[in-house]
Design a protein around this ligand. Sequence first.
Ligand SMILES: Cc1cc2nc3c(=O)[nH]c(=O)nc-3n(C[C@H](O)[C@H](O)[C@H](O)COP(=O)(O)OP(=O)(O)OC[C@H]3O[C@@H](n4cnc5c(N)ncnc54)[C@H](O)[C@@H]3O)c2cc1C
Length: 454
Amino acid sequence: VKPRALRSELRKLLEPGSVLPDVAPLYLVDAAGALGFVGSADAIVRPVSAHEVATLVAWCDSHDVPVTPRGGGTGLSGGAVPLEGGVVVDMVRLRRVRALDPLQWRMQVEAGLPTGEVHRLARENGLLYPPDPGASEQSQLGGNVATNAGGPHAFKYGVTGAWVTGLEVVTASGDLVQLGGATRKDVAGYDLRRLFIGSEGTLGIVTAAWLRLTPAPERRLALTAFYPGTPEGAAAIQQVIGSGLVPAALEYLDPGALAAVAATYPGQLPVGAGFAVLAEADGGHDEALTLREALADALSDGALALECHVPADALWRWRDSVSGAVASILGSKFSEDVAVPVDRLGEAIEITIEVAAAHGLPACSWGHAGDGNLHSTFLLAAGDVDALSRAEDAAAALFAQIRALGGSLSGEHGIGSFKRHHLLAMHDPAELRLLRAVKRALDPKGLMNPGKVI
Ligand SMILES: Cc1cc2nc3c(=O)[nH]c(=O)nc-3n(C[C@H](O)[C@H](O)[C@H](O)COP(=O)(O)OP(=O)(O)OC[C@H]3O[C@@H](n4cnc5c(N)ncnc54)[C@H](O)[C@@H]3O)c2cc1C
């Protein structure tokens, strides 16, 4: 179907105003930095209801038109970039709160609700929705479900999927189905809900989710500790884990990342600081205080730490500024989000630097230490095509070593379009057969977000 004819057919089928007059460039990219792909689309549709999504997808299925679901567009793996034309489904107008039951610690919201709104709604009712991916004001709950997004507090509380008890999805053929619901336990049949969580829009479109919430902690107390370098910092992280203490968050900055934000630290950095660990203690009033003291002991045990600080409130804002500060060192960056078993974190941090050096690139990393999740980052000048190509080679070498440590190509951002060929090259053929079988069973025509994941 030609783009203009397609738009006119969709206008007949859908609500007035749901088909946008043209294809704005912002729908053809996501938030990926140096490697950002630009896609192409024939129509952008902004449905107002789950039923309208179902009508649209059924029509696309019967006319062989590709469909790319889009949330807030903050993805970092090219997942929402339409690679094969067709229709981009912008979920922004599906943002109703269908149910809010504070006494039952749960809510049901539509997929286009911004993550930050979910946080606010929970907070206003004395509750906590813990998943806290960095771009919460722009990302949507549906995008978080589709990427199974994490964040600093995933260490104690788990990633998005841990808080989803039910999903409403539109399948690739246009059926509107409920998978699970408000019930907290459900083992009837295969766990289809889990299959859709993290499927990056390749199996269907999430239109709403039942979320479980938890009573908000009374208090959150932060702590930072500084070390001369990576070996000492990584050893301190192991000490915290081995101590049995459960911080709400346990993050790190390696020497390069720390140098990028040293000037803006909300406090005094000790002389010789080459590695930072950030921790948060939460809980009841006294419980949080006791935990922070115990964490300070664990982080300074064996005199590894140069200093342990109780920083100003601005600590998490400072932590959020790391990515931008690192990008501004040379003008651009190529960032990965690999994950390793937590006892291999120190090695993975060193490997990032070694692999980059072998490709003539400066590098650094920071990330979610408690989850063994690194933002391994290669620095380059904006528009430096040669450096970009070396960064891609460095990423491939990094992935091979991370896999050898028992790790994963992606702990947070997903495979999308960027890492698809690495997944195909590095995963076991038998596993790839299972992944393909799932895709074929749920999306036999391959029209749902084509070119992504598998
Ligand atoms: C500054 C910054 C910080 C970030 N920090 C984190 C972090 O801490 N942790 C983390 O995990 N990620 C992080 N991210 C990545 C990104 O925010 C997450 O992947 C987020 O979950 C994407 O949500 P979105 O709504 O923007 O989805 P999009 O980018 O629009 O889409 C992402 C993928 O989900 C699919 N999708 C979107 N909506 C739906 C739907 N309703 N149904 C089916 N499929 C859908 C798309 O097709 C695409 O494959 C960060 C990104 C930025 C820019």
